[in-house]
Design a protein around this ligand. Structure first.
Ligand code: TYD
Length: 197
């Protein structure tokens, strides 16, 4: 299975991705946990450009995220799926649809098209979307990188963007209200993924 975790900065998705990895590994499955932007040597270099660099044009930003993803799919995700491993990815293409497509205004269709080309059309089997009150997420995330410094207006656009994606792709995206104890949330996520598989 290919499962991705999505949500605004500070939604707790990295914690939940790790809890799912541990639960699947405990069942004896081979699990690859990875993240975007990054996940490969090239991707980590692109990540630095994206998160620490100077302001960039919205399409430059979208293209760099897609470049990191293209390398990641070819080098890590597809080989793992082909050998029968489960892959859990902390952020994937929906991040580009939400941040670049909707919050930056490039358009979901255009950003989706770019990303489907970059990934050989690889979509997740399921996407867990963690939603929290934007103010709570802001307080948790601490605004350390370039995108997190965009401010409250950008944050609420990202929150609205994810909600829009959930209504657009209801078969793939599972919405969970994430303002709850991590263990309880992890149990719910496992149950809901099991119902789908
Ligand atoms: P990351 O450091 O993984 O943030 P977090 O710890 O909150 O997951 O992600 C870096 C930032 O990059 C984050 O603000 C979301 C943004 N991003 C995009 O704008 N588009 C994308 O395609 C991806 C993968 C991330």
């Amino acid at each position: 299975m290919f499962v991705t975790f999505e949500g605004p900065d500070g939604s707790g998705k990295s914690t939940q991705a790790e809890l799912l990895r541990a639960a699947l590994a405990a069942e004896g499955r081979e699990v690859v946990l990875t993240r975007e932007p990054g996940g490969t040597a090239l991707g980590e270099r692109i990540r630095e450009l994206l998160l620490e660099g100077d302001p960039m044009s919205p399409w430059a930003e979208a293209a760099l995220f897609a470049a990191s993803r293209a390398q990641h799919v070819e080098q890590v995700i597809l080989p793992a799926l082909e050998r029968g491993a489960d892959v859990i990815c902390d952020r994937y293409l929906d991040s580009s649809l939400a941040y670049q497509g909707i919050a930056r205004g490039l358009g979901v269709e255009a950003v989706l098209e770019l990303n489907l080309r970059a990934t050989h059309g690889l979509l997740p089997d399921a996407t867990v979307l963690l939603l929290v009150d934007p103010a709570v997420a802001a307080a948790r995330s601490g605004a350390t990188d370039r995108l997190e410094r965009e401010g409250d207006g950008f944050r609420s656009r990202v929150d609205a963007a994810y909600r829009e994606l959930a209504t657009r792709f209801p078969e793939r995206i599972l919405v969970v209200e994430a303002d709850r104890p991590p263990d309880e949330l992890a149990r719910e996520i496992r149950e809901r993924l099991r119902e789908r598989s």
